[in-house]
Ligand binder design. Structure first.
Ligand code: ADP
Ligand code: MG
Length: 725
């Protein structure tokens, strides 16, 4: 291909690129390397004095407060282990509210007075760190003069050694809090909410006769969707590089209509990347499980096995970091943005969750006797109530400028939060509502009297991929979270609203039993009450249909279309009271999350708007002008030669070019508007002025892409980015 645009050079580079060989050993089994770089229970058992080991395990399994005396012993063993693994530094890893992962690295070596250095790692260094935290968002929780924040060791999430060509690092998962103990991160509330939910779940379990259990926790199995693009293209697209999504790009002649990508053969180069990442993930103890192509070209998915939600959340963050670095090694870039390509399916991160523990398994699994089923139905009913009362909070927990492009776009659940139970379970709740639970749909195995509850089949029933919150047999799947987001935010919300509902259920049942009501009858009454009051949130139909928003409104369900509509849910009175009651967030912390949500929204759209102006003015406009000049020269030359000139082509490029100029001017004006630094006003301006102005720029630019000569077009096209892997 002749021509010297950045794009054409990128294409030549892509064609010439030779992917690296996969570092793959024929004899190595995944089991051999799994957890190799993790300071896990097995390592601890081997290296810690018995009493110290028991104390740490008690903290992990039973939530007992960590004995400060054990910290020194653990730190010392951890250091020796890490040094053997080639670590030179240690880092407290934390999860600030940017949604990214942050690390503060320190050397193990402490200088001695005689000029030598000694590897040191004391208990207090393990337990607490003090990163320079002033640059992390805090939503008003910290004045700059007291910009200190502390990191604190999360004993329940294992430390690990991260390999790097420049030296290995011992990484310690930590919480990140302000001087006054307020949460500045995602992990702190996750741990708090987990605990709150556990306490209430255990009250219910006690009523069903389970005593002295290990703590109930929430489990999370996140399905991560992502795109891969060749890095040469990525670098030739300032929008992808700076905003993570394309702000320009005409629809390709061949899109995803053929459905030939989904579960198709994985390209060899991508497979090489997947094998490399999986190997790294295994070493870090991350149970990567499935891999397959997704719906869109260039789109893939990885779903690790579910784990305790705080570990799943740490692992999820680590997975994203690992993906980024390994993709680079393979000459590709991972796109975690929810909608990197307009008109092409976006990426989500489905949060599969359940409650349970190692003794009982998932509490969302129907049992094989009426007693166990009653327990299962109470947990399901609690979920229905939680989603009905706090659907707005669930929506807010996944709100971001980038996820706004995906939710409700006929590829992801709508912004309306409803719950899908599947035919079988929906039928049972239907009958509970009517007070006539006598049989179960489909299967004739149920025996139900007034005082007993049904024998439920373990068949998960149908899948409904249009539902934002679906029962899938042994868990619920929250499908609204975006691919870029941390799973911590939705899990905090899920844990907290479940704590509230389980608290309510336990209260009702305890009171009924105290009043002498038969337990089975109390359960029946509770289930009937919940499904009567909250059944409106159950929806088994097509969430993508045009009729659903209308029907949902009749049912009183919220349709919070954009981040700006959703964020205020965080600071409603019921929300503030809820989070405060269960000790997850105080009011200041909630307000800070709201502020940060707004701030991030404004920043994201602002960056995109400036990029759109810059690329539109300095990349696309000049290309179109050059082409226009070429055509004008041609017309003039032909006219001079007395030959009929092609003025139609000239006009065809001149019209969208004029549109582009005027759209750029409008965008420039919109960017110049001063909103007086009022966050909400800035947000509204971003949504109502900047985004539409960017769309107009894009429409003109995309029209030009279909007209301007190929050798002049400067940006890699959708076709090239999506199909050249
Ligand atoms: P699908 O695409 O059909 O939804 P996948 O196999 O892609 O299924 O992903 C299922 C996800 O659900 C995995 O991450 C898995 O670990 C998780 N999962 C399975 N059982 C549970 C459970 N009891 N609790 C939480 N997550 C679970
Ligand atoms: Mg799924």
């Amino acid at each position: 291909m002749s021509g010297n645009t950045v794009r054409l050079q990128a294409i030549r580079d892509v064609e010439a690129y030779v992917p690296p060989a996969v570092s793959f050993s024929e004899t190595e089994t995944p089991g051999e390397i799994f957890g190799e770089n993790v300071f896990n229970k097995t390592v601890m058992q081997k290296r810690l004095p018995k009493s110290v080991y028991k104390s740490v395990i008690a903290t992990i399994e039973r939530g007992e407060t960590l004995d400060p005396l054990v910290a020194d012993a653990v730190a010392s063993a951890m250091k020796d282990w890490a040094l053997e693994k080639g670590a030179t530094h240690y880092a407290h890893v934390f999860y600030p509210l940017t949604g990214l992962t942050a690390e503060k690295h320190d050397s193990f070596l402490e200088p001695e007075s005689d000029g030598t250095a000694l590897a040191e790692f004391a208990g207090k260094t393990l337990v607490q760190g003090e990163p320079d935290a002033s640059s992390f968002p805090n939503g008003g929780l910290r004045n700059t003069f007291e910009a200190r924040g502390y990191t604190g060791w999360d004993v329940t999430s294992p430390a690990y050694v991260l390999e790097n060509p420049n030296g290995n690092t011992l990484c310690i998962p930590t919480v990140f809090v302000s001087m006054t103990g307020e949460a500045l991160d995602h992990k702190t509330p996750l741990l708090r909410s987990q605990q709150a939910m556990g306490v209430q779940a255990e009250r219910i379990l006690a009523l069903f006769g389970h005593e002295n259990l290990n703590h109930v926790v929430s489990f999370c199995g996140p399905e991560q969707e992502y795109f891969l693009v060749d890095r040469h293209f990525f670098l030739a697209r300032p929008d992808l590089l700076n905003a993570g999504r394309t702000l320009f790009g005409a629809k390709p002649p061949k899109g995803q209509e053929f459905d030939d990508h989904y579960f198709g053969a994985i390209p060899e180069r991508v497979l090489g990347f997947m094998m490399d990442t999986e190997r790294e993930l295994f070493k870090l103890g991350i149970p990567a499980k499935t891999r397959h192509n997704e719906v869109a070209p260039g789109q893939f998915e990885i779903a690790p096995m579910f784990e305790r939600s705080n570990i799943a959340s740490d692992h999820q963050q680590l997975l994203m970091t690992t993906f980024k670095s390994i993709a680079k090694k393979h000459g590709m870039e991972v796109l975690f943005h929810e909608k990197p390509f307009q008109g092409v399916n976006g990426s989500g991160k489905h949060v599969n969750f359940s409650l349970g523990n190692n003794e009982l398994g998932s509490l969302f699994v129907p049992g094989d006797n009426p007693h166990d089923n009653a327990q299962f139905l109470v947990f399901c009913a609690a979920t229905i109530r939680a989603v009905h009362l706090f659907g707005g909070l669930l929506r807010a927990s996944v709100a971001s400028a980038s996820n706004d492009h995906r939710l409700g776009a006929n590829e992801a659940p709508p912004a309306i939060i409803s719950i899908f139970l599947g035919d079988q379970l929906a039928d049972i709740f239907d009958q509970i509502a009517k007070g006539s639970l006598t049989s179960s749909k489909g299967k004739g195995t149920m025996h139900i009297g007034v005082d007993t509850l049904p024998v439920l089949p373990t068949d998960p029933g149908d899948r409904n991929r249009t539902s934002p919150f679906a029962f899938t047999g042994n868990r619920f799947e929250f499908r609204a979270p975006g691919s870029l987001q941390t799973v911590a935010a939705p899990m905090v919300t899920i844990n907290t609203i479940m704590a509230d509902s389980l608290d309510y259920c336990a209260g009702e049942l305890e009171a009924a039993v105290a009043a002498g009501t038969d337990f089975d009858e109390a359960v029946q009454t509770l289930l009937t009450k919940i499904i009567t009051e909250h059944g409106a949130v159950v929806f088994n139909g097509d969430g993508y249909s045009a009729a659903w928003p209308i029907e949902a409104e009749k049912r009183g369900l919220k349709n919070l279309k954009t981040t700006l509509d959703a964020l205020p849910e965080l600071i409603t009175e019921p929300a503030l009271a809820l989070f405060e009651k269960y000790g997850v967030f105080n009011k200041r912390e909630m307000h800070s999350r709201y502020e940060i949500g707004l701030e991030q929204y404004v920043l994201t759209v602002g960056v995109e708007a400036r990029l759109s102006l810059e690329i539109g003015s300095t990349v696309i406009l000049p290309a179109a002008v050059r082409y226009q000049t070429e055509l004008a020269t041609n017309v003039a030359a032909l006219k001079a030669a007395g030959v009929a000139a092609d003025t139609a082509s000239l006009e065809a490029v001149s019209a969208p070019l004029a549109d582009l100029r005027s759209a750029l001017a409008t965008l420039k004006d919109a960017l110049a508007v001063d909103t007086d630094h009022d966050a909400l006003a800035e947000g509204e301006h971003a949504r109502d002025a900047l985004l539409p102005a960017m769309s107009a720029v894009r429409a003109a630019a995309d029209a030009l892409e279909e007209i301007v000569a190929d050798d002049l077009w400067p940006l890699p096209t959708y076709q090239e980015m999506l199909f050249m892997l």
